[in-house]
Design a protein around this ligand. Sequence first.
Ligand SMILES: *Cc1c(COP(=O)(O)O)cnc(C)c1O
Length: 462
Amino acid sequence: MQYISTRGQVSPIGFIDAVLMGLADDGGLLVPEQIPQVAPSILKQWQELTYTELALEIFSLYIDDEIPRADLQKLVESSYATFRHTEVTPLQKLSDDRYVLELFHGPTFAFKDVALQFLGNLYAYVSERRNSVIHILGATSGDTGASAIEGVRGKEGIRICILHPHEKVSKVQELQMTTVDDANVLNLSVKGNFDDCQRIIKDLFADIDFKHRYHLRAINSINIARILAQTVYYFYGYFQAVKQGSPAKINFSVPTGNFGDIFAGYLAKKMGLPIHKLILATNENNILARFVNEGLYQPGDFKETYSPSMDIQVASNFERYLYYLYGEEAGIVASLMAQFKTDGRLTVSGDILAQVQGDFAAYSVANEACLDTISAYHQTYGYLLDPHTACGVTAADQLAAPGEATITLSTAHPAKFDEAIQLRQIKQTYPPQIQALFAKPQFQTVVDGTNEAIQAQLEKFF
Ligand SMILES: *Cc1c(COP(=O)(O)O)cnc(C)c1O
C-alpha cells in the first residue's frame, strides 16, 4: 500500500515512511492511495476473531508485507498485552439499544492507548530495523501525552517531548505525564491553551529543516498509524453488538475533538462495515457540530468544559475528511486549506452539505447537559460515565431514532475526570494504578507559549 498527501505534493511512499513523516511534507495529511474493501463474507469470518487477530487482519491490509506478518503479529500482541481486559475493548450493554464500548483498559485509562501502545512499539521496531534515532514531539490536551509517554518510556533509540497546556489538564492527566522519571521523557508545561500547543507543534513540523535536523516524529492523531489502530474497535464493537442481539441498524456515537477517532469510524464504514449513523458529539467547543449542521467551519471562542480532551477549535484530522468529501481531489483540498488560512473560515452548501449530513449526524452538548447525563446514567443503569463519554451518550440520546442501537465510544475511565464527577456528588474509588500516582514526585518544565521558547528547550533535550 502506498500513501499520498491530501494536498497532492508528496510522491507516494510506503507505510513506514508515512508513519515517520507524520504531517505530510506539503502541509497536508497522508492517506492510503486506495481504501481496502472488505467483502461481507470476510466481515462474517472476522466476527469470530479475537481483538488482536482482528487488528492483525486490518493492519495487514494497509501494510502489505512491508512488515513481515510474524513481526506484525508480535507488535500487535505486545501492544495489547498491556491492557487490563482480555477482550481489550469490551462492549457493555446498558439496554437493548444503548451500548458503551470501553476503550479505556490500557495503561493510562484513556482510549489513546489503543493506538499509542501500538505506535510506540512500531517506532521502536523501526528504530531498530533502520538503525535510526526517533525523537517524538507532540502536543496534548491531556490524554495523548500520558499515553504517548507510556508507549515509549525507557525504550531504546527513542526520546519524547510532550507539550501540555499549563494547569489546563486534569490532575490525574498531569500526574500520569509528569511522574514518569525515565531520562528519555521531557514534559513541557506551556503557558496557554491546547490550541497554542498544537499550533507550535504544527509550525515546528512545517519547518522541514528543523524537522530533519532533529529527526522529529509525530505522535498526534494526524499520524496515519493511529487512525488505522482506531478502525479496529469499530469492527470489533460492531461484531460484539451483533452477537449480543443488537437490532440491525447500529450507530456509533463518538466524543470528538481533533476528528481522529471519528475519522477512523468513517474509514471503517468506507471499508465496508455497515455502520448506520456516525454521530459526532462535541462539547461547547462545537466547530465540528456547526460544520455538519450549518456548513460553516470557523473557530469560535474557546470555552472551558468538563471534557478538556475535546476542547479544540481547529480539528487537525478534518482535512482528511475534506479530501474524501471533494472526491479525492488534492487540488481542491489545497486551495480550500489556503482559503481557510487567509479567511479563517470555510463554508459548504448545497450538494456538498447534503453529503456531509449523509456522512455524519452531529450534536453539541452543553456543560450542564453533560453532567445531567452522568447523573442520569449513574442512577438508571448504575454505570458511571466520564464527561467525554457522557457527551457521546447525550448525543446518542438526541440523535438515535427508535429501532436503532447506538454504541458510544467510551474514551476515558471516569477516575481520570473526578473533578467533574464530584460536582454531582458521586463518589468513586480510584483504581490502584491511579491512586499510586498521588504519592510520586513530578518532573516538568513550565515554558512560555512561543515557538522560540519551545525550540530552545528542544535543542537542549534532543
Ligand atoms: C482525545 C480524546 C477525545 C477526542 O478524540 P479525537 O480523536 O481527538 O476526536 C475524546 N475523549 C477523550 C477522553 C480523549 O482523550
